[in-house]
Design a protein around this ligand. Structure first.
Ligand code: ZN
Length: 368
């Protein structure tokens, strides 16, 4: 399977994190020269002047998702990851980008990883309420130069004092040694997935909302793109619905990135599935099957993505050869074999339009 490859782009680097408000590329098929004009803009104050002719029309915003490559959240996840690696290795973890720190930088970085090791390494990024609140707050303050409001009062993020101090102290080290590489990878990932979202995003969102018998969120879903995003490579938090995805995880690349995005977003719109499974189980006095709803989400996203063509020529492509995430990563072979059978036998007919949502779930539960 091929997707259109994008020319390598050296994206502008900023001192701090960036909200990528305006998308980066025009739809596929447009001339590539002006189409690659990057309009990566944060606060107007910090936008470098972009040379553009009067005929150039800025690309319209992407539908469905809004991508961010934010400095503070990337720093937070990097420290969290280093702390966890360090703990499992029981010694400092070698990182070539961090091998040439000055003594002062080394002290600051070591203090930060030690603090994360003690305070956060045991917490799960994806379920710990404290970690979720920190993540959201760091995302919201991504354009701030510091988190204590020293330079700008409105930049006081209200985080725990020690965390604020640690992040502010580690920030110059991260900025000098790792952030440029992480930010570049994030922006490259965004530039690669943006044309897929532009081409397929609206249709996919409508289709998934129809399947789950709900409405897709009116606002674009925030996606924080980070170098590291938990052991699963991507995760979603609710209220507000936000997706975090790793730009460097091998599972999230090329066309697969589109499936990962829509799988993650489905976490925010598929309550109907869990509710229906619970209801049917209660009626039949059966135990609630662990993770059947999650297997259903994987199956469904894979099936709606599978027919798309990723070579840019046709859209009807059973020949695209796309392999859904759950198949590719062997999820059905790790205890979900029975779920795959149920989904193929009873859920697929619903996706094909031959049975109702309720009947499909009822059949699955009665066959458990
Ligand atoms: Zn999931």
């Amino acid at each position: 399977m091929q997707i259109k490859t994008l020319r390598r782009i050296d994206l502008p680097r900023y001192w701090f994190g960036a909200t990528i408000i305006v998308l980066l590329m025009r739809p596929l098929g447009m001339p590539t020269g002006p189409a690659l004009l990057l309009l990566v803009c944060l606060l107007p104050l910090f936008c470098p002047p972009i040379a553009s002719s009067q005929d150039e029309v800025p690309a319209s915003p992407l539908p469905v998702f809004e991508f961010h490559s934010g400095f503070w959240l990337n720093l937070h996840h990097t420290l969290y990851r280093q702390a966890r690696l360090q703990r499992s290795a029981n010694s400092p973890v070698a990182n070539s980008a961090m091998s040439n720190l000055s003594p002062a930088e080394l002290r600051a970085w070591s203090a930060a990883t030690a603090f994360y090791s003690k305070t956060y390494a045991d917490q799960d990024l994806t379920v710990s309420l404290g970690m979720i609140l920190i993540k959201n707050q760091l995302g919201d303050f991504e354009t701030c130069e510091d988190l204590a409001g020293v330079r700008k009062k409105s930049c006081d993020a209200g985080l725990p004092a020690k965390l604020t101090e640690i992040l502010n102290t580690a920030a110059p080290v991260y900025r000098a040694h790792l952030w440029p590489e992480h930010d570049r990878a994030n922006r490259r990932w965004i530039a690669a997935v943006a044309p897929l979202v532009r081409r397929n995003g609206v249709d996919l969102s409508h289709r998934l909302a129809e399947i789950y018998q709900t409405n897709w969120p009116k606002e674009r879903i925030r996606v924080d793109v980070t170098s590291y995003a938990s052991s699963t490579g991507a995760y979603t938090t609710l209220d507000p619905l936000r997706v975090t995805v790793s730009s460097t995880d091998a599972r999230n690349q090329s066309a697969e990135a589109l499936e990962v995005l829509f799988h993650e977003a489905s976490h925010g719109i598929a309550d109907s599935v869990q509710d229906a499974i619970f209801r049917e189980c209660r009626q039949r006095e059966k135990p609630i099957p662990r993770d059947l709803w999650h297997a259903l989400l994987f199956y469904t996203t894979g099936e709606v993505i599978r027919p798309l063509s990723f070579n840019g020529s046709d859209t009807n492509g059973s020949s695209s050869g796309y392999v859904p995430y759950a198949v590719r990563e062997g999820l059905y072979k790790r205890g979900w074999e029975n779920y795959l059978r149920l989904l193929t036998q009873y859920w697929q007919p619903y996706l094909d339009g031959s049975v109702t949502f309720d009947d499909s779930i009822a059949h699955m539960v009665s066959s458990l």
